[in-house]
Design a protein around this ligand. Structure first.
Ligand SMILES: [Zn+2]
Ligand SMILES: [Zn+2]
Length: 105
């Protein structure tokens, strides 16, 4: 079984193949490049989900001041929606692309 590492180790994204270095301040839980994640948690960090489907970014939550706060994910396999905090080194273009799609939807 392929392991999408959600602790703070370096990992290679199984969706886009980008090599993700360990996160600086936070626990990396999604690819910095394509923003995809994997359905392994029921509650953040618990690794209790048995789904293991790919989580596609479908939107961005904003803070009260209008800055981007969290990525909204939807699981390709079970359609469950979840959210994860944006990391400092997430690809800004990818974030804006998701945000743009959200506005259209
Ligand atoms: Zn990726
Ligand atoms: Zn799922």
């Amino acid at each position: 079984m392929k392991r999408f590492t959600h602790n703070n180790d370096e990992f290679v994204c199984e969706v886009c193949g980008a090599k993700n270095p360990p996160a600086v301040k936070t626990c990396r839980n999604h690819c910095y490049k394509c923003l995809c994640s994997k359905h392994v948690d029921i509650n953040p960090g618990d690794r209790a989900a048995t789904c293991h489907g790919v989580l596609n970014p479908i939107g961005i939550d904003l803070k009260g001041d209008g800055t981007m706060d969290r990525i909204v994910f939807k699981c390709k396999t079970c359609n469950q929606v979840s959210r994860n905090k944006i990391a400092e080194d997430d690809d800004r273009d990818a974030l804006f692309e998701v945000f743009g799609k959200q506005l259209i939807a």
